[in-house]
Design a protein around this ligand. Structure first.
Ligand SMILES: Cc1cc2nc3c(=O)[nH]c(=O)nc-3n(C[C@H](O)[C@H](O)[C@H](O)COP(=O)(O)O)c2cc1C
Length: 259
């Protein structure tokens, strides 16, 4: 029989952690934002207030991130010259060409170590930092995310996790650089969705775009080889005809499976 140390919920509920009140929420307002977000391909000339962009980017950074390592970057392309280049590198799509603003969400798997070190510095400067957090960022993340130079540790990690996995539930990924890229893109995509929902909540519109030349976009933004473009997101106000058709989704039974 598989032996696993199972989380003891009674012990946790009786712990000394301070109780946190869950603030009231407005579900109706939330679903209105979700329902009315559409990918807008043509925008009006109405400018987007800078403050709105900043609030939406701050909302993006409130997205959850794996191990809270925040391996995302948001590149807000503001110079007219660069914006025109970016629209060209987004293959001249109307959603980019007519955009008032464009931001690029960038996944930085290569930043995990720097961010981990930054987290440790912040924790060590805080006398009340929980020992568990120090242990997590001091030991566990290093075991999980360090793939060695050019992913050299892969066969060793694979073997170790495969053997461990025979007798107990074991996290299997990420064990190579490709999986590190996926790991960082997941987190970064959540930030992009937060951003788009915030833009809609502010009364503006957006369009996510991965139809772009990632190599040229990376050069334009001065990014290193291992940075990944998760998506560009254009922002503006929907113009007449800017939404190409009614929203279409497959039947939910194709996607939602109950077990
Ligand atoms: C990762 C991603 C990449 C996308 N890339 C493009 C794109 O390059 N150009 C475009 O016009 N729409 C793009 N879209 C928008 C989708 O086509 C759109 O979300 C989908 O058709 C559903 O429509 P809705 O967003 O209005 O609900 C992208 C969406 C996602 C999530």
């Amino acid at each position: 029989m598989v032996k696993v140390k199972v989380f003891d919920s009674t012990e946790a509920r009786n712990s000394k952690r301070k109780p946190l009140e869950a603030p009231p929420t407005d579900a109706k307002a939330f679903y209105e934002v979700v329902d009315s977000r559409r990918s807008v391909r043509i925008y009006t000339d109405e400018p987007v207030p800078e403050e709105m962009m900043r609030r939406a980017m701050d909302a993006a950074l409130l997205a959850p991130s794996s191990s809270n390592l925040q391996v995302w970057e948001i590149h807000w392309v503001r110079s007219e010259n660069k914006k025109a280049k970016l629209a060209e590198y987004c293959l001249g799509q109307p959603a980019a060409v007519t955009a008032q603003e464009i931001v690029v969400f960038v996944a930085r798997p290569d930043r995990w170590k720097a961010n981990n070190d930054h987290m440790l510095r912040i924790l060590k400067a805080n006398p009340e930092a929980p020992a568990k957090a120090l242990q997590y960022f001091g030991t566990i993340t290093k075991l999980v995310y360090n793939q060695g130079p050019l992913g050299f540790f892969r066969p060793f990690k694979y073997l170790w996790l495969a053997i461990r996995g025979i007798s107990k539930p074991t996290p299997r990924e990420p064990i190579h650089l490709g999986q590190m890229a996926t790991w960082a893109h997941k987190t970064t995509a959540l930030a992009a969705e937060n951003f788009m929902l915030a833009v809609r909540a502010e009364g503006f519109d957006s369009c996510p775009m991965e139809g772009l030349d990632s190599k040229r976009v990376k050069q334009l933004l001065g990014l290193p080889r291992r940075a990944g473009i998760t998506m560009a997101v254009s922002v503006g106000k929907r113009a007449q005809g800017g939404i190409y058709g009614p929203r279409f989704r497959f039947d939910a039974t194709r996607a939602i499976h109950e077990h």
